[in-house]
Design a protein around this ligand. Structure first.
Ligand code: ADP
Length: 450
């Protein structure tokens, strides 16, 4: 096992990784920008190194500084968390060249899955069902129109190197295709430095279902069931559940086995997530994320498996501590992403937390770097914490979530907590009856009446 791990991230995920390291007796190194000198991950780490000024490109994305921090402290591995350098194949390669272990899959697997066109081809070869669409990149408007007509409208034009729900444009008919195609290409070029786009059938009412996988890098691989992340705003998840209200044991077993087999076939190493849209009982692969996900705790709650602990096991060469037979699903878990944003307009609202009280009790987990008096910097993502609740079944989980949300106090800034207090009593949510468009419609109606 590693002796010392450097955590190349900030906020709640840096803390999450730090906790797993501490439980394994691994020393931790926090890195931080000047804006994060007072952050909780810095306070709790054994050592910390300032790696630059507030902008991410000068600090959390600054590979030279992170490498220097690693050498100064003598860390033998780096955990990238999610976001920042977590899916940067080059970073993984540079670490390898410096004999520092990257806690994640191989650079090759990151690269293949980071290119969504390649990812779809690879998934298809591995026996994973994919969304019908173009075979590869589309560069000409005429081809886009021809392929869209073959697939049938509506279609979605997607950036091959997109992420975070950006770089996607829907065309409902041929008359909308020209604009969708050119806008998507321009946006992709500007946001991701590569204007490659592809076309997929636009599914009207799917749910977003994703499967958590773990591979040992030597042909061994397992799945840890699904998460339902259908509640999204602008293609960004805000509420996640495990298990999904619409997936039964047989469907879970079937798609889980397909994903586990794919992980084995790839020789994939570490934690990953295979993402699907799910409609009329069919799964359609959209992408694979080669890192720990924000929503991983719901899986941990129903399996009682510590996914970061498993990542550390695999990366250090000890191997996974669990087999497929060890994975048993118990009860239901829901995660709410708490953002420092106005709950109606979603405008970011950084500032100082003047009062802070976290809920507790059976089945309640809060992953957050927040504390009383903490000043949230304006330079980063607005995710400031996650409330995760477990119950023996979905109704008990919802009841507990309602209670926990009532207890949660974050004063001094605006947060999305009020939105979750509304959602947790909504009839459709209680019935588990929602698709990926439900939240947008709900918010539009709320704005009209409010
Ligand atoms: P990103 O990498 O930006 O997260 P994804 O391919 O994972 O992009 O898609 C994100 C979200 O966009 C999905 O969860 C879904 O809400 C929507 N989406 C993507 N592809 C389709 C599609 N073919 N039909 C309908 N919605 C889609």
């Amino acid at each position: 096992m590693f002796k010392k791990v450097l955590i190349a991230n900030r906020g709640e995920i840096a803390l999450r990784v730090l906790r797993a390291c501490k439980e394994l007796g691994i020393a931790t190194v926090a890195v931080h920008s000047t804006a994060d000198a007072d952050a909780m991950h810095v306070r709790l780490a054994d050592e910390s190194v300032c790696i630059g000024p507030p902008p991410s490109k000068d600090s959390y994305l600054n590979i030279h500084e992170i490498l220097a921090a690693c050498e100064i402290t003598g860390a033998d591995a780096i955990h990238p968390g999610y976001g920042f350098l977590s899916e940067n194949a080059k970073f993984a390669e540079i670490l390898e060249a410096h004999s520092i272990t990257f806690i994640g899959p191989s650079a090759e697997h990151i690269r293949v899955m980071g290119d969504k066109i390649e990812a779809k081809k690879t998934a298809s070869k591995l026996g994973i069902p994919v969304v019908p669409g173009s075979e590869g990149e589309i560069t000409e408007e005429e081809d886009a129109k021809r392929i869209a007509a073959d697939i049938g409208y509506p279609v979605i034009v997607k950036a091959a190197f997109g992420g975070g729900g950006r770089g996607m444009k829907v065309a409902n008919s041929e008359s909308e295709m020209s604009e969708a195609f050119h806008t998507a290409r321009t946006e992709a070029g500007a946001a991701f430095g590569n204007s490659a786009v592809y076309i997929e059938k636009y599914l009207a009412k799917p749910r977003h279902i994703e499967v958590q996988v773990l591979g040992d890098g030597k042909g061994g691989g397992i799945h840890l069931g699904e998460r339902d992340c259908s509640l999204q705003r602008r293609h960004q998840k805000i509420w996640e559940e495990a298990t999904s209200p619409v997936i039964d044991d047989a469907a879970r077993e079937k798609i889980g086995t397909i994903c586990a087999n794919a992980v084995q076939g790839l020789g994939y190493s570490g934690a990953g997530t295979v993402e699907f849209l799910y409609e009329n009982g069919e799964f359609y692969f959209i992408e694979m994320n080669t890192r720990l996900q924000v929503e991983h705790p719901v899986t941990e709650m129903i399996t009682r498996i510590d996914l970061v602990n498993e990542q550390l096991h695999v990366a250090s060469g000890v191997g996974m501590s669990v087999t497929q037979e060890d994975i048993k699903f118990s009860g239901h878990a829901i995660e709410c992403r708490i953002n420092a944003e106005n709950p109606d307009t979603f405008v970011p609202c950084p500032g100082t937390i003047t009062h802070y009280h976290v809920p507790g009790g059976l089945g309640v987990r809060v992953d957050s770097g927040m504390y009383h008096g903490y000043k949230i910097p304006s330079h980063y993502d607005s995710l400031i914490g996650k409330l995760i609740v477990h119950g023996r079944d979905r109704p008990e989980c919802l009841m507990r979530l309602r209670r926990a949300l009532d207890e949660f106090v974050v004063d001094g800034i605006e947060t999305t907590l009020p939105l979750f207090r509304d959602l947790v009593s909504n009839e459709d949510i209680l019935a588990g009856d929602y698709d990926i468009h439900w939240l947008e419609k709900y918010l539009a109606e709320k704005n009209q009446t409010g």
